[in-house]
Design a protein around this ligand. Structure first.
Ligand SMILES: Cc1ncc(COP(=O)(O)O)c(C=O)c1O
Length: 374
């Protein structure tokens, strides 16, 4: 009765573990900032509704918002509003991009461990997902060989995600050049998921934007302005891509949510300070969680350079899934690395988008659960 397409994808296992949690929990499992959106954006949404922005808007997004986004990124690339498509989160942008590019049998390279969308979206689009490994010893950046070995005549696109979820890895200029050279040599489209673009701890973000012609740059208001539930994202790509992806987008969602677009425009205009404030706090929390994990026997943390996740390797004779179950039973949510692909199976992901107090308590509980396995 059901399509092969839907039967070939599974819901992520993360939920099952979260459902074991009872009562008050310390949440180090969330993939979202623990802040509310900037106050002026919340005011703007009320104003938008009262002013009548409750109707369908232009399918590709409000022209003023597309223009403001083009301006925000014009220092990286030669773009105008026509290169911007406003989407219902990066999630919809990713699926619309895949449905517009992938033919049955086309292969798509995606990271393992990696964010949960990439493999199912490839399958839904009829493509063949081919994963490439991200290893802690390589700072969660793929090697040229690992990518080259997986490229065939059928490879159509490569998905990259930096700053990275679940590892906190970032790219340097050399890494970006290596990936672009490979893409150029093999005529690949680069789909760069940069929803953590502004969350970096070592200066300016390193981006693919403006460095490659066949690039789809995905970004979102979700993390930058703590608006995950408002569901607004965007694509920046060559105009002809925006036209084609825009067709799928139109037939899927008609248009983005008008009052949210209004508020997003306000956030772009007035809330730069807010995302800077969040990044400063994330940085302190990153230092704290890294320090606490570094002191634990049997745990080897990486120092995250972006996003708000840490992905330590567990070097004990125990399955991290069992450890996570024990931690969750004791009231701390976290995610087994396996939820992001089999190459993550020796790891646990902690989100440090939580208060310093929660991070300290959570790490104490984690450490005491590990005692059982030491
Ligand atoms: C790497 C990555 N890409 C995309 C998304 C989805 O973003 P959005 O809320 O804009 O759909 C997330 C959300 O956690 C993410 O971590």
């Amino acid at each position: 009765m059901f399509s092969d397409r839907v039967l070939n994808i599974e819901l992520s296992g993360i939920r099952k573990i979260f459902d074991m949690a009872q009562g008050e929990v310390i949440n180090l499992g969330l993939g979202e900032p623990d802040f509310q959106p900037p106050p002026e954006a919340m005011d703007a949404i009320r104003e938008a509704v009262e002013k009548g922005y409750n109707k369908y808007g232009p399918s590709k997004g409000f022209p003023q918002l597309r223009e403001a986004l083009a301006q925000k990124f014009e220092k990286y690339a030669d773009i105008t509003a026509e290169n911007v498509l406003v989407t219902v989160g990066a999630t919809e942008g990713m699926l619309a991009a895949m449905l517009s590019l992938i033919n049955p049998g086309d292969e798509v390279l995606y990271p393992n461990p990696g964010f949960v969308l990439y493999k199912p979206h490839t399958i839904i689009a009829g493509g063949k997902p081919v994963n490439y490994p991200l290893l802690q010893e390589n700072e969660f950046v793929p090697t040229q060989e690992d990518l080259q070995d997986r490229i065939t005549k059928k490879t159509k696109a490569i998905i990259v995600n930096y700053p990275n979820n679940p590892t906190g890895g970032v790219l340097n200029d050399e890494n970006i050049k290596m990936i672009i050279d490979l893409a150029e040599d093999n005529d690949l489209i680069i789909i760069s998921d940069e929803v953590y673009f502004n969350i970096t701890y070592n200066g300016e973000p390193r981006t693919f934007l403006g460095k490659y012609d066949k690039l789809i740059f995905l970004n979102s208001f979700s993390k930058e302005f703590a608006m995950t539930g408002w569901r607004l994202g965007y694509i920046i790509a060559p105009k002809e891509y925006v036209e084609q992806i825009g067709k799928i987008h139109y037939y899927t969602v008609a248009c983005p949510q008008s009052p949210i677009e209004y508020a997003a425009l306000t956030a772009l205009d007035k809330s730069g300070y807010y995302s800077k404030m969040m990044v400063e706090k994330f940085k302190r929390r990153r230092d704290l969680i890294y320090e606490l994990l570094s002191k634990m026997d049997g745990v080897k943390p990486n120092l995250p350079k972006g996003a708000f996740y840490i992905f330590p390797k567990i070097e004990l004779d125990a399955n991290p899934v069992d450890i996570v179950k024990g931690v969750v039973k004791n009231g701390v949510l976290c995610t087994p690395g396996e939820a992001f692909g089999d190459m993550g199976k020796e790891h646990i992901r902690f989100s440090y988008a939580a208060s310093e107090e929660d991070i300290k308590k959570g790490m104490e509980i984690f450490d005491s659960v590990l005692d059982k396995y030491r």
